[in-house]
Write a protein that binds this ligand. Structure first.
Ligand SMILES: [Zn+2]
Length: 465
């Protein structure tokens, strides 16, 4: 392959970098916090901003409403024989607080030490914006983008993507695509980019136990009353074996797809420094399931966590009471091919089978998302890896994220898109969802480079030469 072929892209990106960064700063100034219902105007402004940029690139499209924040859908057709790419991103951001921990105001983008500091710089405005600028550079250099393109941007990712899920079902027929592209994840480390091959799913639920009609005096009734906090603690302690870290709920592991030895070996080679991670977290040693490395435990293995529990008196001082009710919030991260509703049923059955006589249990489903997995031998994944190697100058690692991006599994499964490319451009320490969120300009440039090369590869430009 003639690599000099791409220098024109790289030179164009260098030449335009100043303007590209300024434009990104304009985008970042719009305070689109989706959880704040008072920011409706900012959501509209964000959607309009994106649509305007796409129209300038000759995309046709518009703004749609499906209940909540506006959705941008725009497209550019090239030819029937060219592949169709669906590029997804979200313009909404997390709330900015705690404000006093920001070194510069969250919605006044500031350049410092080679990075842009602002809420959304990394998640996901900055990462999504790399696609807009790659399309711009590509078009300037090649004259035409020989791919069919659909861009889909939403403003509710941080609060569950409800509108987009409706929209996907309504517009399924207009969204047929061959390759799904998204950058809403991260690199492996500051020097090593990554292709994320999968996300864990999740199921989240709440248990409330009731042992008697009301809280009772522990002097008058202590010794004869059934304490709900004790019953709940006992039940929760049975969920997991504290020695092996195995989850003891029957059926929980039944659908877990074994991970290929080759992938486990590749993970081993990533040299995850367990001691350093433990230290950075203020722990003496990491915990978890026996028989798996830390890297495996946080990505390819399912987990179970008690997220919170409450019962009885928790105020200041003492109150000698026997609680009648006790509750806990629990969630499990799931891996292929576990399904949230089946796992929830396993927990419900487990609770029902372990209750002392007379205790009432209410087990309530809160939310769930399916795990997703790209095929590691998908040729497009290989093309993406080659493009990133050229753009960043370093081969990417193939990783699986322990997190869950609900909308990614929804898009992939609803639209049945065969190829999925999850290319994270931000560094793990870039402060997504935290104060002082930032995005390095050098990473931004490398990402735009990688995407230009990828568009060449996906359109078959290189074979034609
Ligand atoms: Zn995001």
């Amino acid at each position: 392959m003639d690599k000099t072929n791409h220098t024109e892209f790289f030179e164009d990106i260098d030449r335009c970098s100043g303007r590209y960064v300024e434009e990104l700063c304009d985008f970042l100034r719009i305070p689109g916090v989706s959880s704040d219902s008072g920011r409706g105007r900012a959501m509209e402004e964000s959607a309009e901003w994106i649509l305007e940029k796409l129209r300038a690139l000759d995309f046709r499209g518009g703004i749609h409403f499906a209940g909540g924040s506006p959705i941008v859908m725009a497209r550019q057709e090239y030819s029937r024989s060219a592949p169709t790419l669906l590029i997804y991103g979200h313009y909404d951001v997390q709330p900015e607080d705690p404000l006093d921990e920001w070194k510069s105001p969250p919605f006044e983008p500031t350049l410092r030490d080679g990075a842009i500091y602002a809420r959304g710089a990394n998640d996901d405005k900055g990462q999504f914006y790399t696609y807009l600028k790659a399309l711009e550079t590509y078009k300037r250099i090649r004259g035409v983008i020989p791919l069919n393109l659909i861009v889909l941007a939403e403003g509710e990712e941080e609060i569950g993507s409800k509108s987009l899920m409706h929209f996907l079902n309504q517009k399924k027929d207009q969204l047929h695509s061959d390759i799904f592209l998204v950058s809403d994840s991260s690199m492996l480390s500051k020097d090593i980019p990554a292709v994320t091959c999968g996300f864990r799913g999740i199921v989240s639920f709440e248990i409330t136990l009731q042992t008697m009609a009301k809280d009772l005096h522990s002097g008058l009734f202590g010794g004869i009353a059934l304490n709900a906090a004790e019953v709940l603690s006992d039940l929760l302690a049975k969920l997991k074996d504290s020695g092996s870290g195995k989850i003891l709920v029957p059926g929980f592991y039944e659908d877990v797809r074994p991970v290929a030895e080759q992938e486990r070996r590749a993970m081993e080679q990533l040299n995850y420094d367990e001691a350093a991670v433990a230290k950075s977290l203020g722990m003496t040693k990491l915990s978890g399931e026996r028989g798996y490395s830390a890297m495996e435990r946080k990505s390819i293995r399912p987990t179970l966590d008690i997220n919170g529990m409450w019962s009885g008196f928790t105020g200041e001082g003492s109150k000698t009471v026997i609680p009648a009710r006790a509750s806990a919030k629990i969630s499990a991260r799931l891996v292929p091919d576990q399904q949230p509703d089946l796992i929830f049923q396993c927990f419900k059955d487990f609770v029902a089978g372990h209750l002392p006589a007379g205790v009432k249990a209410d087990v309530r489903y809160l939310f769930g998302a399916m795990p997703v997995l790209a095929e590691i031998d998908d040729p497009n994944v290989r093309l993406a890896a080659e493009s990133i190697e050229e753009g960043f100058g370093v081969a990417p690692a193939f990783i699986r994220s322990g997190g869950t991006i609900h909308i990614i599994s929804e898009i992939k499964n609803t639209l049945k898109i065969p190829s999925m490319l999850i290319l994270g451009w931000g560094r793990p320490e870039n402060g997504s969802h935290s104060p002082n969120e930032h995005f390095y300009i050098s990473d931004f440039q490398k990402a735009v480079r990688s995407l230009c090369v990828l568009f060449d590869k996906l359109s078959g430009h290189e074979e034609k030469r």
